[in-house]
Unconditional design. Structure first.
Length: 260
């Protein structure tokens, strides 16, 4: 029976320096050679999955943007795009609370870089995206977005979220970053939809993750695997805790379940 394994990117497949262990590459190749699906499953939209080393590993498909985009064998199977009028309204609210935003789509990201005032994550986005990063201002007619992220203080979060409550699901990454996702969408919803489209039984699903936006995914699949470097919450949501990314965690996790 063909099984499906879903892998988070950041902190799972690769570290903050975009390093990917050789054992991870070899393990995923062996997984696919054994006839199983290997999917990227990420909070990043497809437009922000551009690392050549990551894509060179070889995957059967991708669930991106917290379940808002699904592809398999290079074909788009599903996409949930935000209405641009709704995006514009949300931006007006966040601007009022001085929360700079990154709009995220399946081809481009949009950011007014000067609003971030040297923010390290904004620098990372600018460096990785290159010509696929466009300004928010001046491209209003061209926005193609399925989710977005914002930066701000805890005080501004609480005020902005009150106004946007019910419009989005929120994923808070520490005191300075938050993701805004269409209500009801998550990595878990993406996995559920992909399995429906591809005829994969839930009992044959596995996932590897490490952080807050992996919790639903780890709980939903039949076998959730938390990396050794995962947060306490991710470990609690998982069925099995493997070693860290740098200690061959993916290889050992796949081996534990007899997938390689």
């Amino acid at each position: 029976m063909r099984k499906a394994v879903f892998f988070d990117i950041d902190g799972t497949l690769m570290d903050e320096r975009s390093f990917i262990p050789e054992s991870t590459k070899e393990a995923i190749a062996a997984l696919r050679a054994n006839g199983h699906y290997a999917f990227i499953c990420t909070g990043r939209t497809k437009g922000f999955v551009r690392d050549a080393g990551l894509l060179a590993i070889g995957f059967d498909g991708m669930i991106a943007g917290c379940g808002t985009y699904i592809e398999c064998d290079g074909k788009e199977l599903y996409y949930r795009r935000l209405d641009n009028r709704k995006v514009e309204k949300s931006l007006d609210i966040l601007k009022k609370y001085q929360m700079p935003v990154i709009l995220e789509g399946k081809e481009y990201l949009y950011m007014d870089y000067e609003d971030f005032k040297g923010n390290e994550y904004a620098k990372k986005v600018k460096t990785e995206m290159k010509e696929y990063l466009l300004a928010i201002t001046g491209n209003e007619k061209n926005w193609e977005v399925s989710k977005f992220s914002a930066s701000g203080s805890e005080e501004t979060y609480s005020l902005a979220l009150k106004e946007l409550e019910g419009e989005y699901d929120f994923l808070v990454h520490g005191p300075h970053a938050i993701e805004f996702v269409p209500v009801g969408y998550s990595k878990a919803s993406g996995i559920k939809k992909a399995c429906e489209l591809l005829g994969i039984e839930r009992e044959h699903t596995y996932a590897f993750g490490d952080s807050v936006n992996d919790l639903e995914m780890l709980s939903y699949v039949a076998h959730g695997v938390a990396m050794g470097n995962a947060t306490a919450e991710a470990k609690a949501a998982a069925d099995y805790v493997t070693k860290t990314l740098h200690e061959d965690g993916i290889y050992l996790g796949l081996l534990h379940y007899g997938l390689i």
